[in-house]
Design a binder for this molecule. Structure first.
Ligand code: ADP
Ligand code: MG
Length: 258
């Protein structure tokens, strides 16, 4: 049975997903607890992005159970195939999660401020005068208030990613999903994004972070998950994970990352 205690923010059980007959998730299970920061690491093609995208319904699963804060997004029917909640419930569940992508995905024709207030106004029907002060507070938080009226093409990659984080936070998510948020950045710009994420973690945001930043995983994550070949090979509290990886494939991966 999936866990439904309130402190389990996401319960994913036995997630299977295939693309064109190729199974890329082969029974992945994860419970993400309130306030927990979990880092997902693993080689390219191991299914990390697909797993994140399934959790917030950017992809549909073939089989398994996804429960978000006690609300069932999908679960197996009698035939063992994933059956999804009604559309309205899917949308409501989706709003519990904010997502930050490698490629920022800011709207180029909108200013920084407009990028942040767009979804709260459209989706949550919030009034502009209500959301603008909040957007400004978020920009201050990510250190970019002075860029309020700039357009994305005038920002560095690190600044764009911090705006993307502020934009996700403007929807008041309970959970933040990050898919390699610093992988598209020049090395000197990763620090400012990781700092913003670290601050979020310090405020006890629940975070699931796919990353290649081993320092971040070690220092900020409570738990580290290693995926390979569409499955979770190993997971442990961050300190134990890096000090004493158990599985040969984990050891080989970590060797390569150094
Ligand atoms: N939309 C898609 N259509 C077909 N194959 C896909 C699609 N998305 C991902 N894949 C494949 O699924 C596997 C896992 O990809 P992905 O989840 O992106 O891995 P990772 O994020 O760990 O690099 C890869 O083999 C990839 O080519
Ligand atoms: Mg990926």
């Amino acid at each position: 049975m999936p866990s439904t205690t309130p402190d389990v923010m996401i319960s994913a059980q036995g997630i299977h997903k295939a693309f064109g007959g190729v199974e890329v998730l082969r029974g992945v299970s994860l419970d993400l607890l309130r306030g927990e920061v979990v880092a997902v690491i693993g080689p390219s093609g191991s299914g990390k992005s697909t797993f994140l995208r399934c959790l917030n319904h950017l992809e549909t699963i073939d089989r398994g159970t996804i429960v978000v804060e006690g609300e069932t997004l999908a679960r197996n029917d009698d035939a063992g195939k994933a059956h999804y909640a009604p559309e309205a419930q899917i949308r409501q569940i989706g709003r519990k999660m904010g997502m930050v992508f490698q490629s920022f995905n800011l709207f180029p024709h909108l200013s920084v401020l407009e990028n942040i207030i767009e979804a709260p106004m459209l989706v949550k029907k919030l009034k502009r005068e209500h959301i603008v002060p909040k957007a400004e507070a978020l920009l201050k938080k990510v250190g970019l208030l002075e860029k309020r009226d700039a357009y994305p093409n005038r920002l560095s990659g690190g600044q764009k990613q911090r705006v993307a984080i502020a934009r996700a936070l403007a929807m008041d998510p309970d959970i933040m999903l990050f898919d390699e948020p610093t992988s598209a950045l020049d090395p000197e710009l990763t620090g400012e994004v990781l700092r913003t994420m670290r601050e979020l973690a310090n405020e006890h945001m629940t975070m699931l972070v796919v990353t290649h930043e081993m320092g971040f995983a070690r220092e900020v994550a409570n738990r580290v998950i290693f995926m390979d070949g569409g499955a979770i090979v190993e997971q442990a509290p961050a300190e134990a994970f890096f000090a004493n990886p158990q599985h040969e494939r984990t050891q080989a991966f970590l060797q390569n990352m150094l």
